[in-house]
Design a protein around this ligand. Structure first.
Ligand SMILES: [Zn+2]
Length: 595
């Protein structure tokens, strides 16, 4: 992917109108220098969603979601940063320029574009054949018998590959594609230098990416010939292990409903779509990969697996849990009735409601695994209980959520006839206990008291730049407890040096992956809208100093008792505690005139 030039990004930012961009998602009203409306990211009764039309920033004081105009489009349209820039460039007619690339890179890009176009035309050719050719009558009949509507079949661009073995090849060659391009795109095979259509006499399911571009095909026979399923081979464009089927269709609905279903087969996706459930994709096999989960987690943090749990097995569940912990998403398991898949379930009468009911009853992965391990254990004998505990320990150690883990620990204690204290002790001895990442994009974390103070302080600094300099210069990153706040502190400190306001481009100079992106919009919007008193800055500074001292005191305390400079450390401890006591007294006095 060629990089978009910074000048082009600035030009797009310059061209776009934040109020116009937000308008389709929520109604906003002018309120002072900002606009306010109901938040398009969470449901609320009173408006706490605020936009700054000049800097092109937004922030919700209700759910904490915020960013610049690019991030807004990323979140609402489910796009990457580069794609969001392109989306806005198209809307406002800005021509994008890319960083200079080498002739080889240019050539690769050209070939890739040709491959995409070839695959798309192949999909259209298969579709035409399915609907128009007498040779596809059996395929049409098969789909009719499975109960699929024409609308759904067309939406997923299903097709039929003629059995002759040359039709696609000849059509594509007539359009100027070379044999090797067809081979490389996985559409043709070669034997003794002669090429033939790879897919012959099969029902064709195009595999697309989240933008709906065709990457490859899955193909199914209609008779008993082998293999029953044939997929495109892996290529530059198509990687089987990354792909989820149906994401182009499911993207919007998954963002809207903040939930996505992962099913096993592509006919399950079609059936759910026909039943009006659009937020479903297929993993095409039960071995869910990290890249597949990552792909869907761009749209929602709530992933529901609608697999046949017995088939998927414990090992796959453990893996899914490990991945969900790493990606900070929540994975739940929809328990399908034994031997049935979503397709069968929804095609029968009232299937939609039954499926949604099962989804509402979905178990968190942890709970599911604990139940399964307990069900498999012999809890009557002491030996069996010890064995069960051995199986449960790694499951609990992998838990994402502490509340959930404690709840399951109590259940286990009860079933294994152990005291809760003993279970807690056994779990902690040597167990690795998972914690959620510091600045996960999905799922709201509750902010700690320190974090709130840190953010308030930084936004006051932005509001009172004249005063803030002398506080900032004495501070270090150790005053801030999260990566996002530390990064924001550095940004604020640099900015206060040569303050200039009114330009939104500062935000784009922060790289999209900079942790400060998560807090800057909030800081800037609060600095403009909250009525801070002159006391706020010194008071917040003192509070941060006291918190920082407390952290140093705690760490010093926990290091006592190992080392021979014990005396010095006690003296240092006393000094820090005295300093902190004086700061706390100062805060209590409420007089900040001399700070
Ligand atoms: Zn909100």
């Amino acid at each position: 992917m060629a990089l978009i030039r910074q000048e082009s990004i600035d030009a797009v930012l310059e061209a776009c109108d934040m109020t116009e961009i937000v308008a389709p998602y929520t109604t906003i009203r002018k309120s002072g220098s900002t606009y306010k409306g109901k938040c398009p990211f969470h449901s609320e009764k009173t408006p706490s969603f605020t936009i700054d039309p000049v800097r092109k920033l937004y922030h919700c004081f209700g759910c904490g979601e915020g960013g610049n105009v690019f991030r807004f489009i990323e979140a609402k349209e489910g796009l990457s940063f580069g794609e969001a820039v392109k989306w806005l460039a198209d809307k406002y007619g800005v021509r994008l320029e890319y960083e200079q690339s080498s002739p080889q890179q240019e050539e690769r890009r050209r070939l890739r574009e040709r491959a995409f176009s070839l695959l798309d035309q192949a999909a259209s050719f298969y579709t035409r054949t399915l609907w128009e050719s007498p040779r596809a009558a059996a395929a049409r009949e098969y789909l009719r018998q499975r109960g699929f509507s024409e609308e759904v079949i067309r939406r997923f661009r299903l097709g039929f590959s003629p059995a002759g073995g040359k039709e696609l090849l000849e059509k594509a060659k007539a359009k100027g594609y070379r044999q090797e391009e067809l081979v490389r795109a996985g559409l043709a095979g070669e034997r003794d230098g002669r090429a033939y259509d790879r897919f012959r006499g099969r029902l064709m399911f195009p595999f697309t990416d989240h933008r709906g571009r065709v990457l490859g095909f899955g193909a199914r026979v209609l008779d008993d010939s082998k293999p029953k399923y044939l997929n495109s081979p892996d290529s530059d464009i198509y990687h089987k292990s990354d792909l989820v089927f149906g994401l182009g269709n499911a993207r919007q609905a998954s963002i809207g409903e903040d939930r996505i279903y992962i099913v096993e087969g592509y006919t399950d996706v079609l059936a759910l779509c026909q039943a009006g459930i659009n937020n479903a994709v297929a993993s095409m096999g039960t071995a869910l990969t990290e890249s597949q989960l990552k792909e869907v987690s761009r749209y929602t943090g709530n992933v529901y697996l609608a697999f046949d749990a017995d088939v998927a097995g414990q090992k796959a569940m453990m893996r899914a849990q490990e991945l969900s912990r790493r990606l900070a998403i929540e994975v739940k398991l929809v328990r399908m009735p034994p031997g049935s898949d979503p397709a069968e379930l929804v095609v029968s009468g009232g299937g939609r409601e039954r499926f949604l009911k099962l989804a509402d009853d979905a178990l968190a992965l942890l709970e599911y695994q604990v139940q399964a391990a307990l069900a498999a254990a012999d809890l009557e004998s002491a030996e069996g209980r010890v064995k069960a505990f051995g199986a449960l320990k790694p499951i609990l150690a992998n838990a994402v959520n502490a509340v959930e883990r404690d709840e399951q620990s109590r259940l286990i204690a009860d079933r294994l006839r152990l005291s809760p204290e003993n279970v807690a002790y056994l779990l902690e001895s040597g167990a690795r206990v998972g914690t959620a990442p510091d600045a996960g994009g999905t799922g709201r974390r509750v902010l700690s008291h320190d974090e709130i103070t840190e953010r308030s302080f930084l936004s006051v600094c932005l509001a009172q730049t004249g005063e803030a300099g002398r506080y900032l210069q004495d501070m270090t990153e150790s005053y801030f407890t999260t990566a996002a706040n530390r990064s924001a502190f550095n940004w604020v400190r640099e900015r206060i040096g040569g303050i200039q306001s009114g330009s939104g481009s500062d935000m784009t100079s922060l790289p999209p992956e900079d942790p400060a992106q998560a807090v800057m919009p909030e800081l800037i919007i609060r600095s403009e809208t909250e009525p801070y008193s002159p006391q706020a800055l010194p008071e917040l500074f003192l509070r941060l100093s006291a918190a920082e001292l407390l952290r140093r005191i705690d760490s010093l305390k926990s290091s006592l008792g190992d080392g021979d400079d014990e005396k010095d450390r006690f003296r240092e401890l006393a000094r820090l505690e005295e300093k902190r006591r004086r700061i706390l007294e100062h805060i209590q006095s409420g007089d900040f005139s001399d700070t």
